[in-house]
Design a protein around this ligand. Structure first.
Ligand code: ATP
Length: 267
């Protein structure tokens, strides 16, 4: 539900079991941000500092937002999804106060995952931004992050980017986005898992998931969702015409894969 013009606060209804593939990514998140929250003394004893943020990077549509949301679901935390344009808008108005209240809100609803999409847009071209007077906002963003790192209990910051090399190195200092996880396009097994997850509550018959996964090399999670949407729509139309519920089959799914091509091929 909307709690303001600027951001959404939600309690996700998905967790890691809803994320297909991504075994390595899930394990990394578990060890780097979930376990430190669950076993802080242990981490301390071994001199491993909890805190800091995680930066997810990789091609569009491969589930960065989905994974961040599932991370919140995994620990029954609130999820705040902040588009970077929301942050940039803040800078036009009463930016510093707004940015501070965003971090305050996150503190108040702990446990909480604060997610910043397209974080490179904020960290890129700091020189350009400096000259246009936005360095204030960037510095404030960084100092808010440092504040979280200092008393980070139950507040996780996750950023996502398609272009980590555009990010100002200041964002990657210890305590900030100091851990980077590559979210790669799903492999064959990953695609099979994703297809199964996305079709699990729909009427299907004779779907060969393994064959479909093989036929969709290069497809992102979002691409797979797109072909399912196309197949569903076609089947629904047919069902409406015939006045009976009909299952989605391999045929429509393969046809849909011809219509919607993979978007991650060049990555
Ligand atoms: P962008 O970089 O464009 O923000 P993204 O990497 O954040 O992309 P998402 O928005 O998380 O991608 O993914 C788009 C949609 O694709 C998700 O809402 C989800 O339905 C589906 N999806 C992606 N990856 C997976 C996955 N591993 N398992 C299940 N569904 C997935």
């Amino acid at each position: 539900d909307e709690t303001g013009k600027v951001f959404l606060l939600e309690k996700p209804d998905i967790n890691f079991s809803d994320v297909g593939g991504m075994e390595r990514e899930k394990q990394e998140i578990d060890l780097k941000i979930i376990k430190p929250l669950q076993f802080p003394e242990l981490y301390k004893a071994y001199g491993k500092k909890a805190g800091g943020g995680i930066l997810l990077y990789g091609p569009p549509g491969c589930g960065k937002t989905y994974l961040a949301k599932a991370t919140a679901g995994q620990i029954q935390a609130e999820f705040i999804n902040v588009g970077i344009h929301d942050v940039l808008d803040m800078w036009i108005g009463n930016s510093e106060k707004n940015l501070h209240s965003l971090f305050e809100l996150a503190r108040q609803c702990k446990p909480c995952v604060l997610f910043f999409d397209e974080v490179d847009a904020l960290g890129a071209n700091r020189n350009t931004m400096r000259s246009s007077g936005a360095s204030h906002l960037i510095n404030q963003f960084l100092s808010e992050m440092d504040g979280i790192a200092a008393d980070n209990e139950n507040l996780l910051i996750i950023g996502a980017t398609n272009a980590p090399w555009h990010l100002d190195p200041a964002f990657r200092r210890p305590g900030r986005f100091d851990r980077i996880i590559f979210v790669e396009p799903p492999n064959t097994q990953g695609r099979e898992d994703i297809l199964q997850l996305q079709l699990k509550d729909k009427p299907v018959a004779n779907v060969d998931y393994a064959a479909l996964a093989k036929a969709t090399t290069g497809y992102s999670g979002a691409d797979l969702k797109a072909i399912i949407d196309i197949a569903v729509e076609e089947k629904l139309l047919e069902a409406l015409q015939k006045g009976v519920q009909l299952p989605i089959t391999q045929k429509e799914l393969l046809k849909a894969a011809k219509t919607h091509k993979a978007t991650t091929r060049e990555w």
